[in-house]
Write a protein that binds this ligand. Structure first.
Ligand code: COA
Length: 432
């Protein structure tokens, strides 16, 4: 049977497709801007047909109706990274959170979390019968290769991306053709604090470095201060619109990369249509599954790899809490630990945790004597390298506990330095 026949035979409505999901199944749903909402929305409309379906997902965008109140007993979210929609579900007991590094997720699907169904979103097939996972390759492509059954929303708006992003139609059990614009993420507001942090981070970036950047105002602010750099490269789990500007202006050339020279290597995209149009059929953007892109040993094959991520609190020893405020889980590990460690393996590598010095409109210091009770340590004091705030740069690696504390107090908000100095003197029995 040729691929066109397979495709035609397996085309169905979302109502028909969800019959491949059974009560008690573990179902992986693609995430971020690749979420197949046209299928998950229909699944939730038919919730009465299902009992105890575990929904595994990383960043929930668009909506996450399967963990809204009223879905209890039908669906249970197992979130690998909390976001706006999944945070209340976990806090209110309708879902769970599984701590894990982004790089290990495809491996979890092999043994510890075998999948019954993968629900993904793809581009239409090309002339050879291959669909592309487009904006979200990360764990989406591997989950489709590992799940017992695969349901794909086929969306003409999904870009076809280069790298290792494709599945053959014969690997997918059913196709639901529904077109809509790929979800977009509004560009963040960059204020004075973010600009100052961005400027400080840029001081640590040299011509020819390869960058990993997270999402949000701080990474975007860093990009503003890179306009005079030369021949930067990208090896990052995700990129947003800011990177497009740097590629178009010739700042990012990927020329000096020691792994995949000439290519920006990423695992998922999250931004506006401008980014998706840029990545569409563009061989300069090479997308791979996250167990490759985020593997610290792969990251480390890039010389001069600089990673930039953020956190909630740092204590005076350099322990970094990035995913919980006390016992309340607010996000996840994502690729932070993968890239902090990958940067360590990289010759000339550096990892940066970049934060505003305060939270809660200036009421709370993010640099603290002790992490809040119950907070999870995301990046340990043995892995941490640079901490950057709007007040400067603290290089912690290779420093004693006292020198770390001194360096961190020097970049804390001035309103909190006095109490931090007191904590320093109580702890170390010496004058600051
Ligand atoms: N004490 C109390 N609350 C705090 C706090 C602190 N020290 N620091 C942050 N918060 C609160 C904020 O007030 C905010 O609350 P709100 O949602 O009610 O407004 C919330 O926590 C998020 O903080 P904010 O600083 O706005 O978040 P952000 O968008 O800059 O993201 C992280 C910061 C740490 C949550 C995010 O970078 C992250 O998830 N990092 C870990 C994973 C990672 O690094 N991944 C790499 C790429 S995936």
């Amino acid at each position: 049977m040729d691929w066109q026949e397979i495709y035609e035979q397996r085309k169905m409505t979302a109502e028909e497709a969800i019959k491949l999901i059974h009560s008690g199944d573990r179902v992986m749903v693609a995430h971020a801007v690749g979420v197949p909402l046209a299928i998950t929305d229909v699944l939730v409309e038919h919730k009465e047909d299902y009992e105890n379906v575990e929904i595994v997902q990383m960043v929930s965008m668009g909506n996450a109706k399967f963990c809204e109140p009223g879905t209890e007993g039908h669906f249970r979210l197992n979130s690998l990274f909390l976001g706006v929609h999944s945070k209340p579900a976990v806090k209110e007991g309708r879902g769970d959170f599984t701590p894990c590094c982004f790089s290990e997720i495809p491996g979890l699907f092999d043994e510890l979390m075998p999948l019954d169904v993968a629900v993904i979103q793809v581009s239409p097939p090309d002339k050879h019968g291959y669909v592309s996972c487009g904006v979200s390759v990360d764990y989406t492509l591997p989950s489709a290769q590992k799940a017992k059954r695969v349901i794909a929303q086929v969306n003409k708006e999904m870009p076809r991306t280069w790298g290792d992003t494709c599945l053959h139609v014969s690997e997918i059990d059913c196709f639901v053709e529904i077109d809509h614009p790929v979800l977009e993420l509004a560009l963040p507001n960059i204020g004075d604090v973010e600009r100052a942090i961005g400027e400080n981070c840029a001081k640590l970036i040299k011509d020819g470095d390869t960058l990993q950047l997270g999402i949000g105002a701080i990474p975007d602010a860093v990009l503003l201060f890179l306009k005079d750099k030369k021949d930067l490269g990208i090896h990052s789990e995700m990129i947003s619109d800011g990177v497009v500007e740097l590629i178009e202006s010739g700042v990012v050339t990927n020329k000096r990369k020691t792994l995949h020279p000439g290519k920006a290597v990423v695992s998922f995209l999250m931004g506006t249509k401008r980014l998706y149009d840029f990545a569409d059929d563009n061989p300069a953007i090479a997308m791979y599954p996250v167990d490759y892109v985020n593997d610290p040993y792969v990251i480390g094959q890039n010389d001069n790899l600089v990673s930039i991520n953020s956190c909630v609190q740092v204590d005076l020893m350099g322990q970094v809490a990035s995913e919980s405020v006390g016992t309340t889980q607010i996000s996840g590990i994502g690729g932070q630990v993968d890239f902090v460690r990958g940067a360590r393996f990289s010759r000339g590598g550096r990892s940066i945790i970049a934060i505003g010095s305060t939270a809660g409109k200036g009421r709370i210091s993010k640099i603290v004597p002790f992490l809040d009770e119950g907070a999870a340590v995301t990046t340990s004091r043995t892995d941490v390298d640079y901490i950057v705030t709007e007040y400067g740069i603290a290089h912690l690696r290779g420093k004693t506990l006292r020198d770390r504390a001194r360096a961190l107090i020097a970049i804390a908000h001035p309103d909190f330095r006095e109490e931090l100095v007191k904590a320093f003197e109580d702890r170390f029995h010496c004058v600051y």
